[in-house]
Write a protein that binds this ligand. Sequence first.
Ligand SMILES: [Zn+2]
Length: 126
Amino acid sequence: MRDEYLTPEQLQTIKAILEEQLASILDQSRDAVNNLVEVREQDADPLDLAITESNREWTLRLADRERQLITKIRRSLERMHDGEYGTCESCGNEIGFNRLMARPVANLCIDCKTEAEQVESRRRVF
Ligand SMILES: [Zn+2]
């Protein structure tokens, strides 16, 4: 049997944070979509239309980022359910409670995350 890593209390704390984040993103998305519909329904002169267009782009971009976050949160909750939450997906080490509190959707330990970012930045340079 695996040694206990995160205590049930710690898991509950993080689970509550994840669920709250998920609920608030879903709320915000609903608001954004509602605003979008409202703006569209107004009679608009060309200037307003331009603003509406950029609002629309912004909303879609936002929605895209939110969708990614929602996916990450759902995945974290699934891993929690499977008892895998809190371990690094790359090396299998413990991610650490403090890091998880700061970033509950983290799926890599700080070492692997740093390494991944270095690889990423080298890719950008060349
Ligand atoms: Zn790792």
